[in-house]
Ligand binder design. Structure first.
Ligand code: PRP
Length: 180
């Protein structure tokens, strides 16, 4: 698609993100002391959050990723979730902590939690950086939450629009540039 001009407005700065990642890591460390959790990041959006969070967690741990797809090249969820790339690690009997960048309708994470629950982990918890509860289609219980956000389309810090803007260090609201 041809590049369009957008106005990017910082909604959550890199400093605020850093402070929140440190706060979440403290909460997680307290709960997982003496355990060896398996952290599962949902690709692609969680890759930046996962990298920052795990470096704040001085716990013995393992890391795996799963790739799910629901949005395609659109800004609204199709509601259909598929596993595009599965886990490499068996999770039966493990303390599993899922790491997600954003919960919007909740359909993606609900699908994943049900999928993982069937594999009988010892425990299953959810850490989410950003929550947009206004579009929720199914209830989701979040154990560790960074930010609750208004109903705006956001990019940056792993979040994309048509695969762009994932590398922005801040979380930004994206608005059409009316003048272009
Ligand atoms: C995004 C995001 C979540 C999901 C949340 O993923 O990373 O996984 O949407 O939306 P929901 O709560 O409405 O289901 P996306 O499918 O855009 O893929 P990506 O992570 O590769 O960007």
């Amino acid at each position: 698609m041809p590049d369009k001009d957008y106005q990017l407005k910082v909604l959550i700065s890199r400093e605020e993100i850093k402070n929140t990642v440190v706060r979440l890591a403290k909460e997680i460390k307290k709960d997982y002391r003496g355990k060896q959790p398996l952290l599962i990041g949902i690709l692609k959006g969680s890759f930046v959050f996962m990298a920052d969070l795990t470096r704040q967690l001085d716990l013995p741990m393992e890391i795996d990723f799963i790739k799910l797809s629901s949005y395609g090249a659109a800004t609204k969820s199709s509601g259909k979730v598929k596993v595009v790339q599965g886990l490499k690690t068996p999770i039966k009997g493990r303390d599993v902590l899922v790491i997600e960048d954003i919960v919007d309708t909740g359909l993606t994470i609900s699908f994943l939690l049900n999928y993982l629950r069937r594999k009988k982990p010892a425990s299953l918890k959810l850490c989410v950086l950003t929550d947009k509860p206004s579009h929720r289609k199914t209830s989701v219980s979040i154990d560790y939450l960074g930010f609750t956000l208004p109903d705006k389309f956001i990019v940056g810090y792993g979040l994309d629009l048509n695969e762009k803007f994932r590398n922005l260090p801040d979380i930004c609201v994206l608005e059409d540039d009316e003048s272009s």
